[in-house]
Design a protein around this ligand. Structure first.
Ligand code: PAP
Length: 337
């Protein structure tokens, strides 16, 4: 089988003009005046919308998603907070689901495409155009899409259908360092620098894209419908990729056979490994997989424990206390080194 029919062409997603406009510029501006706001990380402000912090354009896209996206039982939704392992999870899920269509050494789309091109975000790609709705019939089946919104803000049909949600959680220390680095890179010069102390204060107060992070993770952790949410951890994926891939394949309904366990899992693990992806031409030189940004900025260090190079003892104490307080009794734990 040739691979081409299985690749989602992100250039051709625009479908029919919206019958019902979500929010015009003026309506959005007026709506924003009713929301609490704080200093933004890469836009002047973040707004508290439906209980989480986000940027104006995201709010408009999320409203559109909530109004228009109809989930199918076969859909796979990848849910993450930014910088917790989205790119990796997209690559792994795509590779598992499509493993019989491509060869990891020759024609695999992940060798020439950034994972964000193959698994589109609902809010940054599919519903980002405020004038048009996407033509979702162009998505290969099963449809794999991603979102950063917390569980409560997902469209109802995702919650009520039999579609599957995969959530990846990363320790909040490394996630903070990763967000700070990335946003310093893409922050417009006109906003001036964002010192780490200031960013950290925002983060500890929950003011970060789609945060507070603790609310975000709890929203997926507490979803109890059977077989609805698979809750993965970045650190477990790092130390035991092959076993985690087995769990992922099983949950997706694409379990590995005994035969495949001998080599295919390792092939996928290697294909999607940090170093392999970072070294690919598309990820060294390409841009635009997410908005207008350089693909290479999505691959920084990919380690557990890099926070130790940035945190002072008082930063460690403050964030530990916040997490202890907010996650108390939940059962969520993290590996931090
Ligand atoms: P996004 O939310 O903007 O899509 P996301 O992919 O969630 O970003 O997070 C990027 C982090 O994942 C980076 O972490 P770092 O800043 O601590 O280095 C990036 O290096 C890491 N990452 C990207 N790809 C992989 C991979 N294949 N394996 C492990 N980590 C990865």
């Amino acid at each position: 089988m040739t691979g081409t029919t299985h690749i989602f062409n992100s250039q051709s997603i625009t479908g029919k003009p919206k019958q019902q406009e979500t929010l015009s510029e003026e309506e959005l501006d007026e709506f924003l005046t009713s929301l609490p706001k704080e200093k933004g990380w890469r836009t002047p402000n973040l707004f508290l919308f439906q209980g989480f912090w986000c940027q104006p354009k995201e709010i408009r896209a999320i409203i559109s998603i909530q109004n228009h996206f109809i989930a199918q039982d076969t859909d796979v939704i990848l849910a993450t907070i930014p910088k917790s392992g989205t790119t990796w999870l997209k690559a792994l899920t795509f590779a598992i689901v499509n493993r019989n269509n491509f060869n990891v050494h020759h024609n695999h789309p992940l060798l020439t495409h950034n994972p964000h091109e193959l698994v589109p975000f609902l809010e940054y790609k599919l519903y980002a155009d405020s004038n048009r709705l996407p033509d979702l019939s162009l998505l290969p089946s099963p449809r794999i899409v991603a979102t950063h919104v917390p569980f409560g803000a997902l469209p109802d049909s995702i919650k009520t259908s039999n579609c599957k949600i995969i959530y990846i959680c990363r320790n909040p220390f490394d996630t903070f360092v990763s967000i700070w680095h990335y946003l310093c890179k893409i922050r417009p010069e006109s906003l001036g620098p964002l010192p780490i102390e200031e960013a950290f204060d925002l983060y500890c107060r929950g003011v970060t894209g789609y945060g507070p992070y603790w609310d975000h993770m709890l929203s997926y952790w507490r979803e109890t419908a059977p077989n609805k949410v698979l809750f993965l951890k970045y650190e477990e994926m790092k130390v035991d990729t092959c076993n985690q891939l087995k769990i992922l394949g099983e949950f997706l309904g694409f379990p590995f056979t005994e035969e495949e366990e001998k080599g295919v899992i390792e092939d996928i693990s290697n294909l999607c490994s940090f170093q392999n992806m970072k070294d690919l031409e598309v990820n060294k030189k390409g841009k635009g997989a997410i908005s207008v940004f350089e693909n290479r900025d999505l691959f920084r260090k990919g380690e557990i424990g890099d926070w130790m190079n940035y945190f002072t003892p008082s930063m460690f104490e403050r964030l530990s206390n916040v997490m202890d307080e907010k996650l108390e009794g939940s059962g969520i734990t993290f590996t931090v080194s």
